[in-house]
Design a protein around this ligand. Structure first.
Ligand code: S3P
Length: 433
């Protein structure tokens, strides 16, 4: 579907962003692994997280839709059922990387996983390697792609240094560690989103963090709370926040948004570029105890003149899905903005370095790809033009935000991809104009 987005005169109003995608995936998977039923309120109703509900149903969990939320009755840690057909994760990278962590320890059972064309291009050797070290058997297409098979085995805890700061890989190992023999220690090169750790700590799992190391002990059972409430997704909110930062005269209040410090990189970067954003961000956690809650706050955003910045590797995992928006904002800041240490962007739903560089140049911006990031030379405004979403939800929404802030408007081809994480995106944006 093609949509022409006219420039906005201002962005004004209140927004409740959709539920957090990362936490929704995790809550559903952990509920499926639990023995007692869990009520999940405010579960994300979008294509990606629907794939997760379908997957856990295939694995034997019961999912009941109630007016107050989703009631999930799990199978227990060691009793996942073998589905009749392959599990189809659709476009959901988080699902295809987390689920094998659970399935790898289902001794004597075999599971096949597959996904859409984008999923088949994204490597899974990053989870296959640590799972192999734990004793699992994974047979993948060309050794590193979907479709692949997980043969459940007896697992043993490992001491593993993550080669990249990936919350998906970390979470996969955490799930396998629950069923392994002996403790597992994961060392992170940089901190990444910690929702899995928080949920596991809240489920009574013995899990701790010391500096860059997380240690998890196996357990017989997950004791999740009776009810899990999912906060709003800061990565989805970031699109409206960027629009409000870029369109002069704007004022936006995002209500009840997650301000987990491992997800707040975009707000920190936007503030550094000159945006006026008032919110109560969680402070970076100290060593030791892992928080069990997900902090939320209102986020009050006003447009302001922007200046360029440099985003370095340690900030990348804390803003990884919002970096395309940082690049867009950089077009409106006079001078050179650099994003470094972000090679991971090439492995997202699309190659987001190439996709962003192409989109910004097509809109009259000046952007160049580097091996591990990109450089944007901002001129203070953006002409407008045409953006191809290429099936990537975040590129589709980037095109819409670019249109709102541009001088001449933007035609977005494939705007329907937004439904992967944010089905009401266009209506929410229309209500703010
Ligand atoms: C996610 C982690 C990030 C992110 C993705 C969701 C998660 O990926 O880009 O959209 O839910 O754990 P990586 O952990 O692979 O960087």
């Amino acid at each position: 579907m093609k949509l022409f987005v006219e420039p906005a005169s201002r962005i004004k109003g209140r927004l409740t962003a959709p539920a957090d995608k990362s936490i929704s995936h995790r809550a559903a998977i952990l509920a499926a692994m639990a023995d007692e039923p869990v009520l999940i309120t405010n579960y994300l109703d979008a294509a990606d997280t629907l794939s997760t509900l379908e997957a856990i149903t295939q694995l034997g969990a019961l999912v009941e839709r109630r007016s107050e939320g989703l009631m999930i009755r799990g199978t227990g840690l060691r009793n996942a059922q073998v589905p009749e057909a392959a599990i189809d994760v659709g476009n959901a990278g988080t699902l295809i990387r987390l689920l094998p962590g659970w399935l790898a320890g289902q001794q004597g059972s075999s599971f096949e996983l597959d996904g859409d064309a984008s999923i088949r291009r994204r490597p899974i050797d990053r989870i296959a390697e640590p799972l192999h070290l734990m004793g699992a058997e994974i047979t993948a297409t060309e050794k590193r792609f979907a479709p692949f098979t997980v043969d459940g085995q007896k697992l043993t805890g490992i001491d593993y240094l993550l080669p990249v700061a990936s919350a998906q890989v970390k979470s996969c190992i955490c799930l396998a560690a629950l069923i392994a023999e002996g403790p597992t220690t994961i060392t992170e090169p940089q901190p990444s989103r910690d929702h899995t750790e928080r949920l596991l700590a809240g489920a009574g799992v013995k899990i701790s963090r010391e500096r860059d190391q997380i240690t998890i002990f196996p357990t017989d059972e997950l004791s999740l709370p009776d009810q899990l409430d999912i906060p709003s997704d800061p990565s989805s909110a970031a699109f409206a926040i960027a629009a409000a930062v870029l369109v002069p005269g704007s004022r936006l209040l995002v209500e009840n948004c997650s301000v987990n410090w491992t997800r707040s990189g975009f707000i920190e970067i936007a503030k550094r570029m000159g945006a006026v954003i008032i919110t109560d961000l969680e402070t970076r956690s100290k060593d030791g105890a892992i928080a069990q809650n997900e902090p939320v706050s209102d986020v009050d955003v006003t447009a302001g003149p922007l200046k360029p910045t440099t985003v370095k590797a340690d900030e990348v995992p804390l803003a990884v899905d919002e970096l395309p928006l940082v690049a867009l904002m950089a077009c409106f800041a006079e001078g050179e903005t650099r994003i470094e240490g972000a090679a991971e962007l090439r492995l997202k739903e699309s190659d987001r370095i190439d996709a962003v560089v192409t989109a910004l140049n097509d809109l009259g911006g000046e952007a160049e790809a580097t091996d591990d990031g990109l450089v944007v030379v901002g001129s203070g405004s953006l002409r407008g033009g045409h953006v191809e979403a290429g099936g990537d939800h975040r590129i589709a929404m980037l095109g819409v935000v670019a249109g709102l802030a541009s001088r001449e408007g933007v035609e977005v081809e494939g705007v329907e991809a937004a439904a992967v994480s944010y089905p009401n995106f266009l209506d929410d944006i229309a209500a703010l104009r």
